[in-house]
Design a protein around this ligand. Structure first.
Ligand code: SRM
Ligand code: SF4
Length: 579
């Protein structure tokens, strides 16, 4: 079978350069050339258009309202107050005045027009952040558990996340040539650690080669008992195995997780990662490189829908995959160690750590940081960043931790949190505080239905049911995406909505509360507005008949609403028993 079109684009791109520079200089259109739109993804940039305006502009014979989304890579999700202020300023000066905290601990800007692109990337780099490899067929932003309760080991796991992120960054000079050229004619020299495994003779891209990976690749580091990074949803993961509270003995390595699928194509399915084995802390970066190389050489380059690592592992089998990884590493992985995850959510409010420092975890509904007359969140966080001396941590649940506040500084931050309504933001149902939605309309070109603009209202309807059944304080995870790609990881939520068409969603139930089990389709193509009535009898039943401590996701399986999904390949089977 012929290679996919994207393989040809990468091949002809001269290591991701393409004709991006020419396209930026062309003032006749707000868009870039088609192939370059694929290449800019590797630079963290997506061309989009405002879908709310499509019809109107077509009627006026205007080209679509093109603009760009920029994704800023934040390894481990840790940003300084100055970096926060810089992101805030860029959002106001060059983008649509809002910051989006993503489901992978990154910042996103939307609505950046072509003439503002270069300036924005330049300023992001001035802030000591970058957008390289935030998207594209390479290893993306490496996520890391930000839980302040585990602050003793946080520094160590963050170090691993940063090391993997740096080590697996593309080496091409294209990013610097295109975006960071200051006109002085001086080439920015970038240095990277050399690859640890010497098996490719490509001086430009020693780890990836000129074809890069067959598909996107995502890595995370988790610290049990918190699975707040949703490790099972990622291509590669490291589960820290601790001795006592503060010593990392090593890591269980996980491979082959992923959410994306296509409606009606059973050859595509969400899949949970498998545990491959155990490695010592000093071996982790080598293992990461080896896993990437095996995917590089064995991933499907013909059919992009089946190119993720999860399908490579399904095809090769886990044992054969492990053998290839071990061959490249030059050492064997140990037997996986015991671990246990309790949940995949964030713990809100104040926490004091072992050093006496304070951390405040703030609920940011769907990661949207912007001002409304009732809730000036962007302004409030700007005021905090001006006086904060610790750091900010973006969570994988689209929330924000104002972290490392010295005891003497706590009152000042607390007063600003109160003044701007951020304490009151937590007086909501536990379900709302356990919700996530992807971007979807109007910017996402793949959205079939609304998501972040709709979920808050939908939860409002469900909250009435929660009140009457006494479930207001029960943390039931609920997630929505505007299409089946799974950007808010809906298939591991206890309640998941996945867009099918405008106003229509598939409803999935039975995901594990700790993100450890896939859900099952309960009802197809329901009207979003009908969801509270559809869920009402199930929530009432749960309130009345659950066993001590039983989670909603477990209950719906025990009570027979849906069958358990034990394996990604079974995701589409045995659909609903009810609904
Ligand atoms: Fe995603 C594509 C937004 C996390 C699976 N995702 C997109 C694009 C870029 C649409 C596109 O290709 O044109 C979306 C841009 C919308 C916009 O206007 O901003 C988009 N994805 C997002 C974000 C911003 C959702 C959010 O609201 O937070 C998340 C950014 C994360 C980051 O900082 O890097 C985001 N995307 C995810 C996740 C969650 C995760 O990784 O933990 C997934 C599921 C896990 C996985 O990868 O399997 C995810 N996004 C996808 C897919 C399906 C991939 C697949 O294997 O089939 C696509 C489509 C594609 O790649 O072809 C996609
Ligand atoms: Fe867009 Fe679909 Fe991802 Fe939502 S899940 S951001 S609609 S690609």
């Amino acid at each position: 079978m012929a290679k996919s079109a994207n393989e040809g684009i990468k091949d002809a791109s001269n290591y991701l350069r393409g004709t991006i520079l020419d396209g930026l200089a062309n003032a006749a259109t707000g868009s870039l050339a088609k192939d370059d739109q694929q290449l800019t993804k590797f630079h963290g940039i997506y061309q989009q258009d405002d879908r709310d305006l499509r019809k109107e502009r077509r009627a006026k014979k205007l080209e679509p309202a093109y603009s760009f989304m920029i994704r800023v890579r934040v390894p481990g999700g840790v940003a300084t107050p100055q970096q926060w202020l810089d992101m805030d300023r860029i959002a106001l000066e060059h983008a649509n005045g809002a910051l989006k905290l993503t489901t992978r601990q990154a910042f996103q800007f939307h609505g950046v027009i072509k003439s503002n692109l270069k300036r924005s990337i330049y300023e992001i780099n001035e802030a000591l952040l970058d957008t390289l490899a935030a998207c594209g067929d390479v290893n993306r932003n490496v996520m890391c558990n930000p839980n302040p309760l585990q602050s003793k080991v946080h520094a160590e796991v963050l170090e691993l996340a940063t090391a993997v992120s740096n080590h697996l960054s593309p080496r091409t000079g294209a990013y610097h040539e295109i975006w960071l050229d200051d006109g002085s004619g001086e080439k920015v020299k970038v240095t990277y650690d050399p690859p640890l495994i010497d098996d490719i003779a490509d001086p430009e891209e020693p780890i990836y080669g000129k074809h890069y990976l067959p598909r996107k690749f995502k890595t995370v580091v988790a610290v049990p008992p918190s699975n707040d990074v949703d490790i099972y949803a990622h291509d590669l993961g490291f589960i820290a195995i601790l001795e006592g509270d503060d010593k990392v003995l090593g890591y269980n390595v996980t491979v082959g997780g992923g959410m994306g699928m296509t409606h009606g194509n059973e050859q595509t399915f969400p899949r949970l990662a498998d545990v491959l084995g155990f490695c010592e802390p000093g071996q982790a970066v080598t293992v990461a490189e080896a896993v990437v190389r095996v995917q590089r050489d064995h991933g499907n380059r013909e059919v992009r829908a089946n190119a993720r690592l999860k399908y490579t592992i399904e095809r090769m089998g886990l044992d054969a995959f492990r053998a290839e990884v071990e061959k490249l590493c030059g050492f064997s992985l140990g037997a996986p160690r015991e671990f246990h995850f309790e949940d995949n959510g964030d713990r809100y409010g104040w926490i004091e750590d072992h050093l006496g420092n304070w951390h405040f975890t703030l609920f940011v509904e769907n990661g949207r940081v912007y001002d409304t007359p009732d809730y000036p969140l962007l302004t409030g966080l700007r005021e905090i960043a001006k006086v904060h001396r610790g750091d900010f941590r973006l969570t994988a649940n689209q929330n924000l931790i104002i972290a490392n506040i010295a005891p003497g500084e706590k009152a000042k931050i607390e007063s600003l949190l109160g003044e701007f309504g951020m304490i009151a933001a937590h007086e909501r149902s536990a379900m709302r505080l356990s919700s996530m939605a992807c971007v979807a309309l109007p910017t996402c070109g793949l959205a079939l239905a609304e998501s972040q603009r709709y979920l808050p209202d939908l939860i409002g309807g469900i909250e009435e049911v929660l009140e009457e059944s006494g479930l207001r304080h029960d943390a039931i995870t609920i997630r929505m995406t505007g299409c089946p790609n799974g950007c808010a990881r809906p298939y591991i939520a206890e309640i998941g909505f996945v867009g099918k068409a405008p106003g229509k969603y598939n409803l999935y139930l039975g995901g594990g509360h700790a993100g450890e089990r896939l859900s099952k389709l309960y009802a197809a193509s329901i009207k979003g507005d009908d969801a509270p009535q559809i869920l009402k009898p199930i929530l009432h039943d749960y309130a009345k008949n659950r066993t001590e401590g039983e989670r909603f996701g477990d209950f719906v399986i025990r009570a027979g609403y849906v069958k358990e999904t034990k394996d990604g390949r079974d995701f589409h089977k045995d659909t609903s028993e009810g609904g």
